[in-house]
Design a protein around this ligand. Structure first.
Ligand code: MRU
Length: 384
């Protein structure tokens, strides 16, 4: 069965509650932009592409529900203003991932054009919005499959060292749970696996919020991809191993925002992995759709890094054991740090472009030019 973080049909949106994973699979219904905002803020839905799509579809559902109750204004301009305000509100949910702001800007443009069209009405503007939001869901899956294929080609050509099979390390969550489906970095691993070329995937725990152990590990087990969990602090030791399986050919991560110069904001801990990759001569790839590349942001210094509550580091939540098995009805939160300690909890870090060997997109893998700089213009010039 395919793992689906987002279940959508016109007028109905359900999201897999990622706070309950890996122990319980519960879907929450999202009926409005406000529900979507809370789902994103509270981390019930995660990952840059998934955040953008849940926001876009949350508003689509709200518009459909209003129309279904015959409460949608018949004036195109009123629906345009309503949509604009809701999109501006949705963008305030989390600051670092650019996909949401990018989606909001594109949807706003579509709504503006629809409102200007001849014979425009509230319904025609609503329909233009809903169709565009639905298209984002469809495009994300096909883009991810292309990212997977492009990344697999690149790794097998540039990082396999003549071997038929490779092991790959990844960080945070970038699979079906973080996107509309298939995944970005995990999509690359999936594609390598589908070709019979994956020896083993290694996923890091991803402290402090454990997206690796809770979400990526869940997805790898679910999809029966051979995989091993390591803590973040084991990465250096892992990269040093040159055994038949523990011989990492490449590290592949996702991204929340890639600046115009290639500096990449991603889950905290990504930067450390990039430094380790350089030291050990292991290829380091960022896998992301073009919607994650932000040409307006010149470098990583301009990216706002979200800081989250200290309790995400000092507390841990999960079901307790009853005898030999987990009691899923009894969830406990326990403290794992000294009471009263100050905490710094940036959710993301910025990996400098110089440590990145390639950015894998749906339009191909962008490597640095002979000037040592990433040039993303070509993949934006590409049609589609
Ligand atoms: O804070 P989160 O859980 O939303 O962070 C997720 C990540 O950093 C992902 O690695 C990133 O968004 C890439 S998603 C394909």
């Amino acid at each position: 069965m395919v793992l689906e973080a987002i279940k959508y049909s016109r007028g109905k949106l359900d999201i897999l509650d990622q706070l309950q994973l890996p122990h319980t699979e519960v879907y929450n219904e999202v009926k409005s932009a406000q529900d979507a905002w809370h789902a994103i803020k509270e981390m019930r839905t995660r990952g840059a592409p998934a955040i953008a799509i849940v926001a876009a579809l949350g508003l689509a559902v709200e518009l459909e529900l209003i129309a279904g109750k015959n409460e949608l204004s018949s004036f195109a301009e009123e629906v345009e203003v309503f949509t604009k305000e809701k999109l501006e509100y949705l963008v305030t949910s989390r600051p670092t991932a650019v996909n949401l702001a990018d989606a909001a800007r594109k949807l706003q443009k579509i709504v503006q054009n629809a409102a200007k069209a001849e014979h425009a009405s509230g319904t025609s503007v609503k329909n233009a919005y809903v169709e565009a939001a639905e298209q984002m869901l469809v495009d994300d899956v096909s883009d991810n499959k292309a990212i997977g294929e492009n990344g697999a080609d690149w790794i097998l050509k540039n990082a396999a060292g003549g071997k038929d099979q490779v092991s790959i390390l990844t960080h945070c969550n970038t699979g079906s749970l973080a996107t509309a489906g298939y995944g970005t970095a995990l999509g690359v691993i999936r594609s390598v696996h589908a070709r019979g070329s994956l020896k083993r995937a290694f996923c890091s725990e991803t402290r402090p919020y454990n997206q690796g152990s809770r979400l990526t590990a869940f997805e790898l087990v679910h999809d029966k991809i051979p995989a091993t969990l390591v803590t973040d602090s084991m990465a250096a030791a892992l990269l040093r191993l040159k055994g038949p399986t523990e011989n990492i050919a490449a590290i592949v991560v996702g991204a929340d925002r890639v600046a115009a110069n290639g500096d990449t904001a991603n889950k905290i801990g990504t930067y450390s992995l990039a430094i380790l990759a350089k030291h050990h001569g292991v290829k380091f790839l960022v896998a992301a759709p073009r919607t994650t590349i932000d040409l307006e942001t010149k470098s990583g210094a301009d990216i706002v890094i979200e800081e989250r509550a200290g309790k995400e580091m000092t507390m841990i939540k999960g079901p307790v054991f009853k005898g030999a098995s987990l009691d899923l009805q009894q969830i406990e939160t326990v403290s794992i740090a000294a009471n009263g300690i100050d905490v710094w909890n940036p959710a993301f870090d910025v990996t400098p472009a110089e440590l990145i060997d390639g950015v894998v997109t749906e339009k191909g893998v962008v490597e640095k030019g002979s000037d040592g700089v990433f040039h993303f213009e070509d993949i934006f010039a590409a049609s589609g």
